[in-house]
Design a protein around this ligand. Structure first.
Ligand SMILES: Cc1cc2nc3c(=O)[nH]c(=O)nc-3n(C[C@H](O)[C@H](O)[C@H](O)COP(=O)(O)OP(=O)(O)OC[C@H]3O[C@@H](n4cnc5c(N)ncnc54)[C@H](O)[C@@H]3O)c2cc1C
Length: 493
């Protein structure tokens, strides 16, 4: 395992290929600082004495080498691994507010570990061996990865091969003796400018004529031909006031302009029938990660709401308590359903465990439909101050500070210093550029709500619920009654 300073040093050595707002920038650009700080936390926390008791959650033995690795590099080999990943995600997210950023890498590698093995069984290929060789280096060197799944997709109703420009879905444009050349663009690639590897995989089910689009591979994030056009933001916390952070997000439109990928890093190439399976499995693992990070986001919003209520002197009011209960129910239902998803996991042929489709999607959907409501609750209890708070410079200016201190005073049991800090932090997490990104991520991250609906309906046995109703209505039913949960498990369909 490496330290966060080694991680930062590696980033500083990468080729310049990140564009932001009209400039080609280095990876230590101030707008990337928040994302780098988040990823650095995943290294620091492992050796932080305060988190010593969580060592078994944060680290694990590699099934390939037997060595201790950061759990963010792990492939889940048991139900216990899935449960630990979920706990790790909630625990680490609570330290940085919005998102722990390293989950795209772990979710992509787990999906590839399953499908590369299945491709080998069906086609006699050697993807899985290649993948494990690549994974050995990834684990031993404690590397970071992101996932480039979402294609730019052009006209939505058209399939990849029907688009006016076939590059609107990333594809193989040339096959050479030593590898393939890929061209296209992936979009919304979270943390891409702050990691070493981009894991490429298909975004949707593919048809027989779409073998060229069935490509999965690992590409260095600064590779020749890779250009990242990045939108990044930090929420503003005050360094002068010694507040932790800043933390932030960075998302890339990643251009693959005839990028050569050697065979050693190609994990699927042309097996169109497995393209959709790989895409769906990444989304599934990612939705399971959401069962850890979304509760953490809600924990932060619940804490913020309680803190605002205390500052305003209204913490005992009935409507405040009712809203806190709503927030708690959102986080704990998501988390509890994520636990159910892990407990109902299935072992795939590769030995990697796959969480339950139904429970992952139910949890993710519940989180998604509540995200704006959670911010609504916080805004309700906070009042308008997070939107109009005087700037930090006015707080620090001796001419205005006494006035702000006098007129911002509320609950006499909370010092004016803490009232000011609380409102400044709540402004940062709820009324900022980053808050808007987190709200959209809450709706679309891991797939649009429609995709969750499709996953839920295709993994639920509606006929069996109808039979329950028919029996009660006295309508004859042929099927023998069995008491079981109504969702089907991943292996059954
Ligand atoms: C903050 C953030 C971070 C993200 N991080 C990542 C990441 O790290 N890696 C990654 O790969 N992706 C990432 N995503 C992408 C995410 O998975 C997508 O946003 C999501 O799948 C929706 O795709 P889209 O944005 O192209 O929207 P669209 O697919 O265009 O959806 C817009 C609307 O059109 C509908 N629609 C789309 N296609 C059809 C159709 N054929 N027929 C009918 N209706 C249709 C959808 O249901 C939806 O209502 C991220 C997204 C966000 C917002």
């Amino acid at each position: 395992m490496i330290t966060s300073s080694e991680y930062r040093k590696r980033l500083s050595k990468m080729r310049r290929n990140v564009y932001m707002n009209g400039e080609l920038v280095d990876r230590d650009h101030p707008r990337l600082e928040g994302t780098v700080n988040v990823l650095a936390k995943t290294y620091d926390i492992v050796t932080d004495p305060e988190f010593k008791e969580y060592e078994d959650i944060l680290t694990v033995k590699s099934h390939l080498t037997g060595k201790k690795i950061n759990r963010f590099c792990n492939v889940h080999r048991s139900v216990a691994d899935l449960l630990a990943k979920q706990r790790m995600t909630r625990l680490t997210c609570q330290q940085v507010t919005p998102c722990i950023a390293r989950c795209m890498g772990i979710d992509a590698t787990n999906a590839i570990s399953v499908v590369s093995w299945e491709a080998d069984q069906a086609h006699g290929t050697e993807y899985h061996k290649r993948f494990e060789n690549w994974l050995r280096d990834f684990q031993e060197n404690d590397r970071t990865g992101c996932c480039a799944q979402t294609d730019v997709k052009g006209n939505r109703p058209w399939r990849p091969h029907e688009q006016l420009d076939p590059d609107l879905y990333l594809r193989v444009v040339e096959t050479k003796s030593d590898g393939v050349v890929i061209r296209g663009a992936k979009v919304h690639n979270s943390v891409a400018p702050c990691v070493e590897w981009i894991m490429v995989l298909p975004t949707r089910r593919l048809t027989k004529e779409e073998g060229a689009w069935a490509i999965s591979c690992a590409v260095p994030a600064d590779d020749e031909g890779v250009k990242q056009i990045v939108s990044a933001g930090c929420y503003e916390t005050s360094k002068k006031l010694g507040m932790p952070g800043p933390y932030g997000s960075a998302d890339s439109m990643t251009i693959f302009d005839n990028v050569f990928v050697p065979w050693e890093r190609v994990f699927l190439n042309g097996e169109y029938e497995l393209g959709g399976r790989l895409g769906l499995l990444f989304a599934l693992y990612h939705r399971h990660s959401y069962t850890g990070c979304k509760p953490a986001m809600t924990d932060v919003l619940t804490g913020a709401t309680a803190l605002m209520a205390e500052c305003n002197g209204i913490e005992r009011e009935a409507h405040v308590r009712e809203k806190l209960v709503e927030l708690i129910c959102t986080s704990e239902l998501c988390y509890g359903t994520g636990i159910a998803a892990a407990i109902n996991a299935q072992r795939s042929g590769s030995g990697t465990y796959i969480p339950d489709i139904l429970y992952c999607n139910v949890s993710r959907r519940h989180a998604g439909i509540n995200i704006y409501h959670e911010f609504d609750i916080l805004a309700d209890i906070a009042g308008g101050m997070p939107a109009t708070l005087p700037r930090e410079g006015d707080w620090l200016n001796p001419a205005t500070r006494p006035l702000i201190e006098k007129y911002m005073m509320r609950n006499p049991n909370v010092s004016i210093e803490n009232i000011h800090r609380a409102f400044r932090w709540v402004q940062a997490i709820s009324c900022s550029e980053l808050a808007g990104v987190m709200q959209y991520a809450g709706v679309h991250g891991g797939g649009s709500p429609r995709m969750e609906q499709i996953a839920i309906m295709s993994s639920y046995d509606i006929e069996r619920t109808k039979n329950i109703a028919k029996r009660l209505a006295g309508i004859p039913v042929e099927e023998k009654y069995t008491f079981d949960r109504l969702g089907v498990t991943p292996g059954e369909r």
